[in-house]
Design a protein around this ligand. Structure first.
Ligand code: ASP
Length: 291
């Protein structure tokens, strides 16, 4: 059984196939190939986009989706997560989509699972379907992604989206620069800076990230306003430059990206959401479709 825990679980050839499927799906060319499949979602952390995106993807392909309400699950009664998962497994689902605040949980489950385990975000570690949909969104805009220059801006150190994107984008040959204040910068061999103005003429894509306050053990900035004054991507900063603006959501308006730029056609934030469904359909087809 294949699982999707990290982006490097899939080769470039496999990812290119996912993109071909996603393109077909975007033209409405798909059938109910998952009609007899059962998928469980298990979200221990909040989610708006990812959970509904997976659900829509699964249902478009004809699967049944069961959401386990973790606030009412037996892990709350002291059952270990592996026991809960083993019990769910015994009911024979085809896939379990899991989000957890602790890095490594989906990997551990995958070591005992007969169902396909799909990581929908684990701590600050990985969010593979987000990075795949981000890359797919870039692929729709550029004939060739190799050597395209991207700045990832914000709380990179605490971001699973950044982690997964860095692995995937560098594998596809993009030129990645990390832009963050020192407290949000991970240890890295990539180019780094804390100055947006220094990179603005040298990039084709900017990916802004939310400050992951839920993962900070103490307030890192006196206020998000202070952070925004240095790191918010504004329409004024962009001027008339042809740069793709991306964000995984949820966006902190006027902290990560300003209102004016979010309404600008260069902002691809809602395209990313749309592509999320297509990519998740392609991932489900790959992991549990028998075609
Ligand atoms: N939605 C993304 C995630 O789950 C990004 C974020 O929350 O900032 O990691």
């Amino acid at each position: 059984m294949r699982h999707l825990i990290r982006t490097d679980d899939f080769s470039i050839e496999e990812i290119n196939e996912l993109f071909q499927d996603a393109e077909r799906f975007s033209d409405g060319r798909f059938e109910r190939i998952l009609q007899d499949k059962i998928i469980i979602t298990l979200f221990f952390e909040n989610s708006t986009r990812t959970k509904s995106s997976f659900e829509i993807a699964a249902k478009r392909l004809g699967a049944e989706v069961i959401h386990l309400d973790v606030t009412k699950s037996s892990t709350k009664k002291g059952e270990t997560l592996t026991d809960t998962a083993a019990n769910l497994e015994a009911m024979g689902p085809n896939a379990i989509i899991i989000r957890h605040q602790n890095a490594g949980v989906p990997k551990i489950l995958s070591q005992h699972a007969n169902a396909a385990i799909i990581n929908a975000g684990d701590g600050a570690h990985a969010h593979p379907t987000q990075a795949l949909l981000d890359l797919f969104t870039m692929h729709q805009h550029f004939d060739n992604l190799k050597d395209k220059r991207i700045a990832i801006v914000g709380d990179i150190k605490n971001s699973r989206v950044a982690n997964s994107n860095i692995e995937l984008l560098t594998r596809y040959g993009l030129d990645v620069t990390l832009v963050a204040p020192p407290q949000f910068m991970p240890k890295t061999t990539l180019k780094t800076t804390d100055s947006l103005t220094s990179i603005i003429d040298k990039v084709d894509i900017i990916m802004s990230l939310r400050t992951q306050t839920e993962r900070h053990s103490y307030p890192i900035y006196a206020s998000l306003k202070d952070y925004a004054s240095d790191f918010c991507i504004t329409k004024e900063l962009l001027g008339d430059r042809d740069i793709l603006i991306m964000h995984p959501g949820p966006v902190h308006r006027n902290v990560d990206i300003d209102d004016a730029l979010l309404d600008d056609p260069r902002s691809k934030v809602l395209n990313q959401v749309k592509n999320g469904v297509l990519i998740r359909m392609a991932v489900l087809k790959k992991l549990i479709g028998n075609v």
